[in-house]
Design a protein around this ligand. Structure first.
Ligand code: AMP
Ligand code: MG
Length: 500
């Protein structure tokens, strides 16, 4: 097997990482390999057997030209600064050049202890590995910037959590693993040489459109990072996704979603929804994600202040503040146009916000399934179309149905259909727009839980079937119809866990 390693990160100052190899595992067995992604990454399998692949993606064999290392970073966890985090259970094998000429990190997760492990064992149970595989590949298929899944290998070892669990190594692919917390790490230590080298690396790697000789290049970089996050978080909201642990060490500077721990998609809509068992205050609730995104970016601004082209600190703070304000505006616009597309509109007009707010409120009051509601709207854009599939959502076991609710929905549908007819001359284009932003299938928590449970018992078919169902989420396939269904009351997942 041959990898086109470049290892650009390994050439940064030594303070950025610790070089070390993964810790070998007992009996690696390949559970899943993403061959298509491997091809995109220019990995030459060259007749490699499953055992060869398992040996590499368990960390038992280091590929030629790899330069394995654990990255240093810190971060605010639930608002509290933790000055020392870093890859405690992950090893970056190196970065490779993909078919589009972009650098991509290949990282093993669950690959043993590192100097950053603190109290942890450096390992990962199988469950979280399966979970991350499903979630990140689903996000990719849904069109959300995200890290990707390349492989899951069972280790043949057990890890101790609340009980003994089978161990696994998950291979993650990312535009890079550089986080807001990576910048914080060097700012906190006043290591301006490493901070500048890191910023230059990020400029070249993720924002080549910024002129690297411009005096304000780092301010431009900060702004560009903020804009990517503004769009990213709008996409999460549009899909009913709750990241669950938006600590600054779990926010990339590339604009990809990272760290699929306790994340979850909502079934019934609730603006204050929280799944994560460790998020007791609801800091990372669905509706808080925009504000938290901005809070995290303010921490990035603090870390980058010395790089801004300002006379003094006050000037630098003013520059950062202007960008953070722009983040809110751009994010708000991105969110609104995304929600408008879900309703079939090609542009935003006055009064649209109220229409969106009203339907979100009905959804919340009625306990309507977020994904199914919008998907079914695609089939009732015209007054003569049968509305029973939409109204039928009110009769699901979990819904709070009432005559008033039905009346409200009818009124809302009437007004919306009139607007569509007035504003969108091409009705078909409108439906196509809706279908392209209202998925039929999302990785529902009960389906993910079911796949994990079966995998833990040695049956990977449930996992495979779910991946197949999630591969083309904006199209309705009869064979995957069951995956569109929300959970029955007894199937509901109330809490999600980091599982680390
Ligand atoms: P996370 O909650 O995944 O964002 O991880 C937060 C920090 O805890 C990171 O520094 C991880 O590397 C570290 N960590 C999480 N799980 C483990 C583990 N099992 N062993 C060592 N470090 C861990
Ligand atoms: Mg993390």
């Amino acid at each position: 097997m041959k990898f086109p390693f470049e290892n650009a990160y390994a050439r940064l100052p030594e303070a950025c990482f610790v070089r070390l190899a993964p810790t070998p595992v007992k009996t690696p067995k390949l559970i899943r390999f993403n061959t298509k992604l491997a091809t995109e990454l220019n990995i030459d399998l060259n007749g490699a057997t499953e055992a060869d692949i398992a040996a590499i993606f368990s960390g038992n064999q280091i590929p030629d030209q790899a330069d394995p290392l654990a990255m240093a970073y810190c971060g605010h966890q639930f608002g509290q600064l933790n000055p020392q985090l870093g890859d405690g259970r992950a090893i970056l094998l190196g970065d490779v050049r993909n078919q589009r000429g972009e650098l991509r990190d290949i990282q093993l997760k669950g690959s043993g202890r590192t100097p950053f492990s603190r109290g942890g064992d450096g390992r990962s149970p199988l469950g979280p590995a399966i979970r991350e595989y499903i979630l990140c590949e689903a996000m990719h298929a849904l069109g959300v910037p995200t890290t990707r899944a390349l492989a899951v290998v069972a280790t043949g070892e057990e890890v101790v959590r609340e009980q003994m669990e089978p161990g696994a190594v998950f291979t993650r692919v990312a535009a890079s693993h550089i986080r807001v917390g990576t910048f914080q790490f060097f700012a906190l230590r006043q290591d301006y040489e490493a901070l500048t080298a890191l910023a230059d690396h990020v400029l070249e790697r993720h924002y080549p459109e910024i002129d690297r000789s411009a005096e304000d290049r780092y301010l431009q970089l900060f702004r560009a990072i903020c804009m990517r996050q503004a769009h990213l978080i709008a996409k999460w909201l549009q899909l009913g996704f709750i990241h669950g642990v938006m600590n600054t060490d779990n926010m990339t500077v590339s604009g990809e979603t990272i760290d699929y721990g306790p994340c979850a998609f909502m079934d019934a809509f609730s603006a204050s929804k929280v799944f994560s068992s460790i998020d007791q205050q609801g800091r990372y609730a669905y509706q808080n994600q925009s504000a938290i995104g901005q809070w995290n970016l303010a921490r990035l601004a603090e870390a980058m202040l010395t790089l801004f082209p300002a006379e003094n600190e006050d000037d630098a703070v003013a520059q950062a503040t202007a960008v953070l304000k722009e983040f809110s505006e751009v994010h708000g616009q991105a969110w609104q146009s995304a929600m408008n597309r879900k309703l079939g509109f090609s542009e935003v007009q006055e009064g649209d916000l109220q229409r969106i707010a009203a339907i979100m409120e009905w959804m919340e009051q009625g306990g309507l399934d977020y994904t199914q509601f919008f998907r079914r709207l695609c089939h009732v854009t015209q007054p003569q179309q049968d509305r029973s599939a939409v109204l039928g959502l009110l009769t699901l076991p979990e819904c709070r149905n009432s005559a008033a609710m039905e009346r409200n929905l009818h009124e809302w549908l009437d007004e919306w259909q009139q607007q569509l007819a007035q504003r969108e001359s091409d009705a078909e284009a409108s439906v196509i727009r809706m279908e392209a932003s209202n998925p039929a299938i999302i990785p529902r928590n009960h389906r993910v839980a079911e796949a994990i449970k079966a995998a833990e018992e040695g049956d990977y078919s449930v996992f495979e079937n779910l991946l197949a169902a999630l591969a083309d989420p904006y199209t309705e396939y009869p064979e995957f119809a069951a995956y569109q269904q929300p959970p029955q009351p007894e199937q509901k997942v109330l809490r999600t866990f980091c599982g680390t």
